[in-house]
Design a protein around this ligand. Structure first.
Ligand code: F6P
Length: 326
């Protein structure tokens, strides 16, 4: 295997709190190991357009506490093409980059996998997404912070919901995964969560209504996962308006505020551990793996597993919410 002396690091896809802590950890661990570090701006777009700059230990000073990503990010359509990846590879070689660390979600790691196959480039992935939808890791960088942000918002909505005796449908992010909705519902003491993983023949709204909601309560909060499969909060609020006009219904879409803010201590530690592990993995000759965390231990998850296998929601979490929302 070719000797590594310079690594490239990029963030790609939706930004997530803790990405800066990950960039910092990758940069400092690589420098500690005697390697050079190149920061690639705007994800794969920056690799295609040759937006590459040297990173030093000072470049990442005072970034651990900052949300977003100092390297900026993008969802690159061009990198999905053979021509785009060729340009990216040529720029990578011209900049002297021997290996890549990609911080991002499902799409970003899929890109890394194809690139690594086509050009035999050692690639290591760090799971950076608020969605927590990557298989093989208990948590992704940004998930804990987003969860806490959502809970803070739901607590505030609860005040007004209770004052007006209303039902609120609150839509949260997660793409096709319900981790944010399910766990924020538990943490905020919500009455129900409607998540894509729980799509059965039984309508989740009917289930919620038939459990006798509001019998003993004067307000209800339902967390709804944004989903391409089912309807969002607007859909459920409309249905209640039409099917149960006796209830006073409102809905709220939390949107991109869920992606911002200073990362939690958990995400900073997770990102720091994963960043150091990425460099250790490269030193050990590992390639095409995502760094994960399982039972508080660092694990290496082959890209094809991390990306291709659907990460299941523990049924226990669904039960906990059902039991506690009586
Ligand atoms: O993957 C992270 C995420 O925030 C998803 O939860 C959401 O569906 C998507 O990104 C939104 O993407 P964009 O910011 O490009 O609209």
């Amino acid at each position: 295997m070719a000797k590594i002396s310079t690594i490239g690091v990029l963030t790609s896809g939706g930004d997530a709190p803790g990405m800066n802590a990950a960039i910092r950890a990758v940069t400092r661990a690589a420098i500690y190991n005697g390697w050079n570090v190149k920061g690639i701006l705007r994800g794969y777009e920056g690799l295609i357009n040759n937006e590459i700059k040297e990173l030093t230990s000072e470049s990442v000073s005072s970034t651990i506490q900052r949300g977003g990503t100092i390297l900026k990010t993008a969802r690159s359509e061009e990198f999905m093409t053979v021509e785009g990846r060729k340009k990216a590879y040529d720029n990578m070689i011209a900049s002297g980059i021997d290996a890549l660390v990609v911080i991002g979600g499902n799409g970003s790691l899929s890109g890394a996998q194809i690139f690594a196959q086509e050009y035999d480039v050692p690639c290591i992935g760090l799971p950076g997404t608020i969605d927590n939808d990557l298989y093989g890791t208990d948590s992704t960088i940004g998930y804990d912070t987003a969860l806490n942000t959502i809970v803070e918002c739901v607590d505030k909505i609860r005040d007004t919901a209770t004052s007006h005796n209303r039902i609120f449908f609150i839509e949260v992010m997660g793409r096709d995964a319900g981790f944010l909705a399910q766990n924020s519902a538990i943490a905020a003491g919500a009455e129900a969560a409607i998540i894509p993983e729980d799509q059965t023949d039984v309508d989740q709204l009917e289930q919620f209504i038939s459990r006798g909601f509001r019998k003993s309560k004067n307000s209800s909060i339902v967390l709804v996962s944004e989903s391409r499969k089912g309807g969002g909060a607007m859909y459920y609020a409309e249905r209640v308006r039409n099917e149960y006009p006796q209830y006073d219904v409102r809905m709220s879409i939390l949107g991109h505020l869920q992606r911002g803010g200073t990362p939690s201590a958990y995400d900073r530690i997770l990102a720091s551990r994963m960043g150091v592990a990425a460099i250790e993995a490269l030193k050990d000759g590992q390639r095409n793996v995502m760094i994960g965390i399982s039972n508080d231990k660092i694990v290496y998850v082959p890209f094809n597993k991390a990306i291709k296998i659907d990460k299941p929601i523990d049924k226990e979490l669904i039960n906990v919410l059902n039991v506690l929302s009586i």
